[in-house]
Design a protein around this ligand. Structure first.
Ligand code: 3HC
Length: 407
């Protein structure tokens, strides 16, 4: 089924960006919210993205207006009677998502695909709340959606192959790179990112290094932005929510750093609220430093732990290895997703975590994780697929075989 018309439910920043992406490909989109202020914010976001292109001379003001005219902002379900796909980008609560799909069933044609832009929640569970779980699927964009090339396509237990094929083709129409990912909490990219972002926060609250030092070390490693700059961009409420969900599903190795909750409670949600790990503007924050002192003095977090880029990056690699074992995606797709979804590079090359581990040497990765496990706890224990390869002599580039094969 070709998608001629789309709808996005939940305006705001992400909804506005997704609407921009859809109209950039020349397709009309209905953008719905229940709150006029959110709708305005979504439209302003789409306009701002086009305006940047106009300012850079990449687009005329007339073309910008023609694209913006493809968006129909609405507070009702008018215009939903002939949409081929709806992407929901409403708050990350299963009850809200299920309620939205129930409403959509009353206003959309039976064949309309219901896609969720959820960061982590179960697609099968959302599908089960509808009369057509074969038409329910995950379509997960990355922030900023207008720039990041990756779209994770996540079939639930009852999603039909036809729906998967239609959404893959739709993502390609949007000039994105679709990767089909098996359903698991956090899917692929957030599942890999979360241990890394969490570890960055643990290193910070334990006084191992400052936010700026950690961000700089990670940029030097090859990520386009450091973890605190990224979390402030994503929103700490989003990160805390994904983190709590992954902890509830995967257990101890994802146990969230206490600083997340403190920052969210204090309303420090990142750039959107003017302050997160950093002040915006201003940088390093005295308020955050005081929160960290309080956590340390009350004995809620250890102090004097070591910092290295490996402390953050190797848990990500360890989780990628688990995804190989669980067949969450192919080896190549795991690597490509991290490159297209997070801009990951290493040694000047655009390569993903498994190829990076191959370059470093899987024996070195395992030995480093074992040392980190002794120093910092069992969350660093090397995963079986890593150890298995080391025992079999598949050490990476140096032996011609690791996760990938080398000529
Ligand atoms: N919104 C819209 N467009 C933006 C933008 C923003 N916030 N920031 C940058 N851009 C655009 C620019 O206009 C420019 O467009 P052009 O190529 O058409 O001129 C392009 O992006 C490159 O911008 P810059 O050269 O100014 O900036 P950088 O080279 O520093 O790149 C970045 C910015 C693309 C954001 C880069 O730093 C990056 O890739 N960061 C990592 C982001 C990431 O990891 N995202 C995934 C997070 S996980 C997630 O979203 C999942 C969710 O469920 C939580």
């Amino acid at each position: 089924m070709y998608i001629f018309k789309a709808a996005v439910v939940g305006a705001g920043t992400m909804g506005g960006e997704i609407a921009q992406v859809i109209t950039y490909a020349g397709l009309p989109v209905v953008l719905k919210d229940i709150d006029q202020a959110m709708l305005d914010r979504g439209m302003a976001k789409a306009r701002a993205i086009y305006q940047r292109r106009v300012d850079k001379g990449k687009m005329s003001a007339g073309d910008m207006q023609a694209k913006l005219d493809l968006i129909t902002p609405t507070l009702t379900y008018d215009g939903f009677e002939d949409v081929d796909i709806v992407i929901e980008a409403v708050p990350e609560q299963m009850s809200i998502k299920r309620a939205v799909f129930k409403e959509l069933e009353e206003v959309c044609p039976a064949e309309t695909i219901f896609a969720s832009n959820t960061s982590a929640l179960s697609i099968s569970e959302m599908g089960a709340a509808t009369r057509k779980p074969h038409k329910v699927i995950g379509m997960h964009f990355f922030n900023p959606a207008s720039v990041m090339k990756l779209v994770e396509v996540i079939p639930g237990l009852d999603t039909s192959q036809e729906t998967v094929d239609d959404v893959v083709m739709f993502a390609e129409t949007l000039r994105k790179i679709p990767v089909v990912v098996q359903e698991c909490p956090g899917f692929l990219v957030n599942r890999l990112l979360m241990p890394y972002l969490n570890e960055a926060t643990k290193a910070l609250e334990e006084g191992a290094a400052t936010a700026t030092e950690i961000d700089q070390a990670i940029v030097a490693w090859g990520m386009p932005m450091g973890p605190f700059t990224l979390m402030d961009m994503l929103g700490l409420d989003v990160c805390a929510h994904v983190g709590a969900y992954l902890y509830s599903e995967y257990g101890e190795r994802m146990s969230p750093a206490p600083l997340f909750a403190k920052l969210v409670e204090a309303g420090r949600l990142g750039e959107k609220s003017g302050a997160g790990f950093y002040d915006h503007p201003g940088g390093e924050s005295e308020t955050v430093a005081a929160m960290i002192r309080e956590l340390q003095e009350s004995g809620q977090v250890p102090t004097g732990t070591p910092f290295s880029a490996e402390r953050l990056m190797f848990p990500l690699i360890n989780e990628a290895a688990l995804c190989v074992q669980e067949n969450i995606a192919s080896l190549t797709d795991i690597d490509m997703s991290m490159v297209a979804g997070t801009g990951m590079t290493y040694g000047g090359e655009r390569i993903g975590p498994l190829a990076i581990a191959d370059k470093i040497g899987l024996d070195v990765v395992v030995a480093t994780l074992e040392t980190l496990a002794e120093q910092l706890g069992p969350r660093f224990r090397p995963s079986r697929p890593l150890k298995l390869r080391v025992r079999a002599g598949h050490l990476g580039v140096k032996t011609g075989k690791g996760f990938h094969e080398y000529a």
